[in-house]
Ligand binder design. Sequence first.
Ligand code: PEP
Ligand code: CO
Length: 447
Amino acid sequence: MSEWTPSTWRALPAEQQPEWPDEHALEQALKTLSTLPPLVFAGEARALRAALAQVAAGKAFLLQAGDCSESFNDFTADSIRDKLKVILQMAVVLTYGTGTPVVKLGRIAGQFAKPRSAPYEVVNGVQIPSFRGHMVHDDAPTPEARRPDPSRLIAAYHQSASTLNLLRAFTKGGFADLSQVHMWNQQFVASSRQGQRYEAIAGEIDRALRFMAACGIDLRAEESLHQVDFYTSHEALVLGYEEALTRRDSLTGAWYDTSAHLLWVGDRTRQPEGAHVNFLSGVGNPVAAKLGPEATAEDVLALCRILDPGREPGRLTLIARLGAGRVERLLPPLQEAVRAAGHPVVWVCDPMHANTFMSDGGRKTRRLDDVLAEISGFFSACRVTGSWPGGVHVELTGDSVTECLGGAEEIVEDDLELRYTTTCDPRLNARQSLDLAFQVAELLRAG
Ligand code: PEP
Ligand code: CO
């Protein structure tokens, strides 16, 4: 086999690629991208890989979270801060619940491209191309807006750069201070009747912090309690973009996709002989693959062989999105097969994507109860196979949207019209996300 390069994928079938109307403009945009500085650094991707190796060993837990699809229109410091805030809050609760460090990985600073089940949709009786993310076109439901525009690839790069800049500042500049994050959690618990259900856990965390302080640990001065490592990830979908940001690491000579720390292939692009898997096989970043209910043990083993030939802990994460009613039946055979083949993968539960349905009003939605049921089923499956439940992958926002049903505010179908702002899949709002974190902590305590 000839040596892999960032363009090897071009000779292979690539699903889900935009139909760019102007080939020349596309080439120009990709050429520009290939001259721009890396967004993340190889050393950081290696640090994430090492952190994920800890998860693979059952010594840490992964929280991967963010928008289904980031928006060019909702791009403000406040919205990034609020998203980070809820992820940090969830991480503190999960750290306590799992008794292990939580690796924080955003679906952020690059999550701008979407695979779609159908190439077209019908809006107001007119057939238009399905929305494929702001990296490709605008989401407005008109044929003009849905025309792919390569200048958006450059815009996605710049928005990713600004987002990363802010995330780095927030996570290293004091915003992630443990005492402060814990205080926000206490406010959440105190501010609603449902939140009070979590008083026990919040109280235990509080006592743990006071115990540390009593032992002489200065909670404000101790750097590890003041700063966090926060990593970025997105689906490596538009391969021209990923190729243009793939660079050789000057230290090791290996190729790294510098568009994010971790890249994943979706359930629609995980064909072992396809372009997307080939692309990820050659980069040194930690990588992941989504597994839907159709995934067979053979499919998963083929992915393991290609993406983790060296059987290296931290290299490959498998994200199961099987459905609340199916995870307990479908996951164990996959876990057994991977274990028998000797791949030390991280197993993560995406409890969102197989629990989506249309409301009577025609809105895509999810029930928080189904999301929690899938997580619970995931934990049960892992107990059966003796696998470490390595983490959760959720779609959320810090805004008070009404896109998913249930939770502390008891959002019902009629509420979906109030604040439904996602450009793609329905996200948990901040309170639903915290609800989820506390309930997962309760599950872990019970288990
Ligand atoms: C997603 O993560 O938004 C997505 C499309 O996932 P999947 O590939 O699992 O359908
Ligand atoms: Co989604």
